[in-house]
Design a protein. Sequence first.
Length: 518
Amino acid sequence: MTALLKPYAESKPDQAALIDERGETSWQQLNTRSNQIIHALRSIGLKKGDTVAVLAGNRREYFELITAFSQAGWRYVPINWHLQLDEVTYIADNAEIKALFFEDRFRDLVQAVLHQVPSLQFLVSMDASSDGASLSYLDIVRTAQSDEPSELFFGAPMFYTSGTTGRPKGVVRPSSDETTSPHPLKLLSQGIIDTLGMRPDGTLLLAGPLYHSAQWLFTVPLLLGGSCVVTRSKFDAAQTLKLIDHHRITNINLVPTQFVRLLKVDARERARFDGGSLEAIWHGGAPCAPDVKRRMIDWMGPIIHEFYGSTEGSIISLIRSDEWLEKPGSVGRPFDHIETIVMAADGQRAPAEESGEIYFRNRTGDNFEYYKDPAKTKSAHLEPGVFTVGDVGYLDTEGYLYLNDRRIDMIISGGVNIYPREVEDVLATHESVADAAVFGIPNEEFGEEVKAAVQLETGHTESDQLADDLIAYCRARLAHFKAPKSIDFYKDLRRQENGKLQKKRLKDPYWASSDRQI
């Protein structure tokens, strides 16, 4: 960003700020490009308070856009590029997106979105030249002036999450809308560096999708703090080991699925790996099997650290390797500015060691809302400022937090949240399906995988072919990672008279032999 990147452009102009498969961007180039984007987008009519979005994989241009959005007062939505047309259209319409930046592989999809979203005025291709329906990112940037823009404003991301059930919801912080200067991002950057104990001039490897809030938190603020970001468009375990050594990576954020894949790398490849530059490997986003984590610590050393948090609440707690080895299964002690409240089933605060639904209060006053959904916002709060993301667990006598269940039925597969109701709604539209229940079952690599239990309509017969057809039916209407991996058929799913279905009865047999519950 102009105000925040200029010191690096002056102190280390030729050093790399961004590295991807196609090349490098120096700090001076990043500062210049950020200026050009602001001027270019203002010239086509974008104003403070407008909402923009990006539908792209990891690449240097993604960060160039974010640095510009963040200081020009534009709210920006990183869109999960696995989503289907209906899902992208819903987000674009709900967020009232005015400009959508996209990779050319998504051209057909975004052109279809354009015709269904009244607010959407500009499509900007990050790859191709201008055509009748879209502008060219490079064309509009190259012709823009590069001097320091005037009137800088704070622009914040709005990540979409399903919250509890149903359609995804945009998570916003009212305080962000009240901020006029982009300088709070410098404070966020310093806060992350101090909290995680990172060096401000480190080199980070982005090994997960930038549309995910955790990957954003572990790269964007640190980039603004002076760290170089190395990124790849997709994760490859063997390549990751090579990248760490080649670029002298100091920090990386992974999910447990990536741990499993790293541990499966060929023994000869692992033997060639040095890893001496690594100062910390952070993980979160999904439960990690204790055996997998111990094997990673044995291999990489006591640099495997875990964080617990959410899009709504940011980082709640941390636990480093040495603590975890003494408190296996814990996600650490919540920060001092976070009040943790465990509510028992009777509505009273639970004592230490007793499980209940977990609520948090940020003592700084920071809070969130679900965009345009006051009812959903209210349902996530016990009282103003006290919120939950649906996790169930307990605090031990020393204040360490443990998770052992989820109030909602959310599935976390490979660090990605999947909401069963969305899948159930699709299955219900198939002519053969009378009722359906979707839930997570254990998966060694991904933590959980999607299982569907289906009750058929009269006249339809269960078969392997029908199961395959139902899976394909879901994959055609949802992002592929949301589709069931397998289907069981039931004569009667036995819904209660109030319409509720006890999924625990369906799930428990699959988890009975597991050493974890989520």
